[in-house]
Design a protein around this ligand. Structure first.
Ligand SMILES: Cc1cc2nc3c(=O)[nH]c(=O)nc-3n(C[C@H](O)[C@H](O)[C@H](O)COP(=O)(O)OP(=O)(O)OC[C@H]3O[C@@H](n4cnc5c(N)ncnc54)[C@H](O)[C@@H]3O)c2cc1C
Length: 373
């Protein structure tokens, strides 16, 4: 008799697990969205509406045998999942992979779950942005800077101003990478205000054209025609807050063992951004977690002991495109971390923002490898 594997959340990690186990188990994937959202593509989806559909991959094309339930987990216990609709899904194995929310447009609005709604939101914000001249971005992390690069690619004459409390770009990465990024941003004409915050947030909504007037802690006045919030990741673990399954950490992440089991349960796993691991909250790490869990559940389905363990990655990696022409990055090599050239960033990410790789996951039912880089 086939065993049932229930995967909660069909992001980078969950969709990989669901697909990899589809042939060997009865897979049920639960996600309120109609499609997998390739967040890496969402900022270009804002600036280039004709290209925007590339960021979405319908769940209908993911599984050959398994089912996708378009619903939200409301609570999870060791036997299964209670959905927001009230429906109950029993599981032999449970994989929690609900990831994190990020402010729109980096990730979709919470309430927009269909492809049409998400494309509609992006088109509307594109129209607001298109008519403006000065754009203020709060947050100089990878998301804020990628947004600056995508805006400059489409509208080189727009004035783009980025403000952040930290005084360093890409803290923790190699100084050469930081310097390269800074040089490219200067060349694009992106105006950076680092080491300072705002005395108050703009009074108009983010992503709406209008008069934006703010003052930095240093007393600089900044005027813009639209602003975007590029900070504030939120872990999607509300459905575990009742503590039925496990207590969450102070950061609202899920404590896991080295095999990525939720502590106390050999048949329940938590992976990706929600796992309480030192890994950066990035898709590449989420997919590495997914591969560990695929190995372990495959062993369990065969009646063997699961033996694959997660191991920490010593070197940090990043690919930060600035549109299709530039970008900075850092990649692991046998000799340690090394800077990536703009050409490497273009080839590995900037050219299509991984669209081809996910097209493969969502159209070839037997493929399940972590093909992030
Ligand atoms: C603009 C941007 C660019 C990025 N670029 C990169 C990059 O180049 N490289 C990289 O490694 N990382 C990148 N990241 C980070 C990456 O997006 C995240 O680390 C990644 O999404 C985490 O994957 P995940 O599988 O844990 O969850 P997610 O991809 O966040 O997926 C979670 C899924 O769970 C679903 N869900 C949520 N709550 C529930 C619930 N209660 N019930 C059922 N389903 C639920 C959601 O709808 C979603 O489909 C980027 C992030 C952003 C915002």
């Amino acid at each position: 008799m086939n065993r049932t594997v229930v995967v909660v959340g069909g992001g980078y990690a969950g969709s990989l697990v669901a697909k990899a186990l589809d042939a060997d188990a009865d897979v049920i994937l639960i996600d309120p969205r109609e499609a997998f959202v390739n967040a890496a593509a969402s900022l270009r989806a804002l600036t280039q509406p004709d290209w925007a559909p590339n960021a979405f991959f319908s769940f209908a094309t993911l599984l050959e045998r398994g089912r996708v339930l378009r619903d939200r987990a409301a609570s999870v216990d060791p036997r299964g999942v209670t959905l927001a609709s009230g429906e109950r899904v029993e599981a032999d194995y449970l994989v929690l992979a609900t990831g994190s929310g990020y402010t729109y447009p980096a990730k979709p609005h919470h309430g927009s779950t269909s492809i049409a709604e998400q494309l509609g939101d992006l088109r509307e914000t594109h129209q607001e942005l298109a008519g403006t001249h000065r754009v203020l971005i709060l947050g100089a992390g990878p998301v804020g800077l990628e947004l600056a690069g995508e805006i400059k690619e489409v509208w080189p004459d727009k004035q783009v101003i980025v403000v952040d409390r930290t005084d360093q770009l890409l803290p923790g990465f190699l100084p050469e990478v930081q310097d390269d990024l800074r040089r490219q941003l200067d060349k694009l004409g992106v105006e950076l205000h680092l080491g300072t915050g705002l005395t108050a947030l703009p009074t108009i909504d983010a992503g709406r054209a209008g008069h934006v007037a703010v003052t930095t802690d240093r007393g600089d006045e900044i005027v813009a025609d639209i602003w975007f919030r590029a900070f504030g990741v939120r872990t999607n673990t509300d459905y575990l807050a009742d503590g039925t399954l496990t207590p969450l950490t102070e950061q609202a992440t899920v404590p896991v063992t080295e095999r990525l089991n939720v502590q106390g349960y050999d048949h329940v796993y938590a992976i990706g951004d929600i796992a309480a691991l030192p890994d950066p909250k990035m898709a590449s790490y989420a997919m590495t977690h997914a591969e560990v869990v695929v190995q372990n559940i495959t062993a369990q389905l065969a009646g063997d002991q699961p033996g694959t363990v997660w191991s920490p990655t010593a070197e940090r990696r990043i690919l930060l495109p600035l549109g299709t022409h530039g970008g900075a990055g850092q990649l692991p090599t046998p000799d340690g971390a090394a800077p990536a050239t703009a050409q490497m960033v273009y080839e590995r990410k900037g050219a299509d923002l991984f669209t081809a790789k996910f097209a493969s996951r969502f159209s070839n039912p037997r493929r399940s490898i972590n093909d992030w880089d």
